[in-house]
Design a binder for this molecule. Structure first.
Ligand code: XMP
Length: 516
């Protein structure tokens, strides 16, 4: 793999994605991982990410200089570039002129990582520290007003550095730089694409499963559907899908999933009604992490209970179900604190919410993938657009969209409001423009309203439309006012207990997409 060493950057994930967009496989590792361990992963190239620290301050994260002597091509970006310059003896200091945002760069040598670059180009910068002189052996390739060394290269050692951020779209030629590094400087071939991922996963799944029986927990979302289709391609009839109705689903969801999924894939599907079971377990719980853990555990217990029925349907009585397929994605792993060195932002039900005594072995063919890669695979596997382009809906469903205790009445209310919002967004043709639009019930908040000439004291509904590339970062969608107006009017008219509809206009970070 290409390893992206994360120095605490906002953009480390983005770098990993851009590498994959260049058709090369990448993974993130934390800067705290010892260099020997990093090298033991046999990286074909290494990218050092940006980060918030200043290299010359005490306690600033650095990296053992062994990494530069290992014969592996290294690209340093922003802070990673400064670390490289600093470690190898360059002069790094507070910049005379900090540069934030769009910054013109002068390219003096369009070679190596800057092969094919015009002499002047716009870049996107964010730095208050600059490299004044490059270390010995390096050639300066570019400068800006605030960065005497804005790009540098030592071809003989295959070491490269750049002050600006090639991974953000605001650097128009950024992807060229990354591709130059990967393909020209490091000599890596294009070998990461949907067909390749499918072949590799199919081979791995067959190897892992043998002739055992497998179940897949289907949520109705894109990820579990694609995971199921992938596993089905690998082992055919040994797979049974289980769809759990936990009572936290949206309106019409059960029927839709049954219909769309079975029609598209022909995979054997059983549905389990576990509404009472889930709602009883969630009674009185309002703390989000507890909700997530309970839901994660309940899913597993439900799959265990469904085992006998699965084996019967599969004509495999007497055997046991050995494997459980989950559509876990890379961001779920990273946000649940499962990525190397990442903080636990929230326990995604299928990662941090799993019980310790899990009896199944997991098959998670999408565990290293981002959503857009999963969608590409789904299409390659022949799944229809209605499945592949569904908006993400989290496994814990409406359970994490009721702020406060979950009750049947509150669920019914939210289901109604959510259905209205979805209907209006679809009617306005906005489905593909927004990544997803959680509709959230602030169940414990009350405000005064006047409905039908009477005072009401109801709860607000929050609309949370966002745009995103991979759910790791997101911006709130600027929906047309008239669409917001019709959603608001309909919700307050049709859901009597709701007397206020509010819009969440926060990006991620600082907020997450879901409210819990
Ligand atoms: P946040 O709220 O962390 O969400 O910004 C990022 C994306 O992940 C979805 N999400 C989940 N998906 N199980 C899932 O399968 C979960 O427990 C879970 N929590 C959040 C969320 O809807 C968004 O698309």
């Amino acid at each position: 793999p290409v390893l992206v060493v994360d120095f605490g950057a906002q953009y480390a994930q983005l770098i990993a994605r851009r590498v994959r967009e260049a058709h090369v496989y990448s993974e993130l590792v934390p800067h705290s991982m010892p260099v020997d361990e990093i090298l033991a992963k046999d990286p074909q190239a290494i990218i050092l990410s940006g980060g918030p620290a200043s290299v010359f301050e005490p306690g600033a994260p650095g990296i053992d200089r062994k990494i530069f002597d290992a014969g592996v091509p290294v690209l340093g970006i922003c802070y990673g570039f400064q670390v490289m310059a600093h470690e190898l003896g360059g002069d790094v200091d507070k910049a005379a002129l900090g540069e934030y945002g769009k910054t013109p760069a002068v390219i003096t040598d369009a070679e190596g990582i800057l092969e094919g670059s015009p002499a002047d180009q716009n870049t996107w910068m964010s730095h208050g520290v600059a490299v004044n002189t490059a270390p010995e052996g390096f050639k300066v390739l570019a400068h800006t007003a605030g960065a005497p060394v804005a790009a540098m290269a030592d071809e003989s050692r295959k070491l490269y550095g750049v002050q600006w951020h090639p991974e953000v779209k605001h650097t128009p030629l950024g992807q060229n730089l990354i591709e130059n590094f990967l393909h020209h400087c490091a000599g890596l071939p294009n070998n990461w694409d949907s067909a390749g991922i499918i072949d590799e996963q199919v081979r791995k799944i067959r190897e892992q499963v043998g002739d055992a029986e497998v179940i897949c927990g289907l949520s109705g979302g894109v990820d579990s559907a694609v995971a199921a289709a992938l596993v089905h391609k690998a082992i055919g009839d040994q797979l049974t899908c289980v769809f759990v109705d936990h009572g936290l689903l949206r309106k019409g969801e059960v029927e839709q999933v049954k219909h769309d999924f079975v029609a598209a894939t022909g995979i054997r599907l059983i549905t389990v009604d576990a509404v009472d079971d889930f709602l009883t377990a969630l009674k009185g719980v309002s703390e989000p992490e507890r909700k997530r853990k309970i839901i994660g555990e309940k899913f597993i217990r439900t799959f265990e209970k469904a085992q006998r029925q699965v084996l019967e349907e599969a004509g495999a009585r007497g055997k046991e179900v050995k494997f459980l397929v989950q559509g876990t994605l890379y961001p779920d792993v990273v946000e649940s604190g499962g990525g190397d060195g990442a903080a636990n932002i929230k326990s995604h039900h299928n990662v941090g919410g799993l019980p310790k005594d899990l009896k199944f072995q997991l098959i998670e063919p999408l565990r290293t993938l981002f959503k857009d890669e999963v969608r590409a695979i789904g299409t390659e596997l022949g799944l229809p657009d209605e499945i592949v382009w569904r908006q993400p809906f989290p496994g814990p469903g409406l359970g994490i969209r009721i702020i406060g205790e979950i009750t049947k009445d509150r669920l019914d209310l939210l289901r109604e409001a959510d259905a209205i919002a979805r209907e209006e967004l679809t009617k306005a043709g906005l489905d593909r423009d927004i990544w997803q639009c959680p509709v959230v019930l602030l169940a414990d908040v009350h405000s005064v309203g006047v409905q039908g000439d009477e005072r009401t004291y109801g709860s607000p509904i929050v609309l949370r439309p966002v745009s995103s590339e991979d759910a790791m970062t997101a911006d709130w969608s600027r929906l047309p006012y008239d669409v917001l107006a019709s959603i608001s009017t309909r919700i307050t008219n049709e859901c009597r207990q709701i007397n206020r509809v509010v819009l969440d206009c926060t990006s991620k970070p600082p907020a997450t997409i879901e409210w819990e």
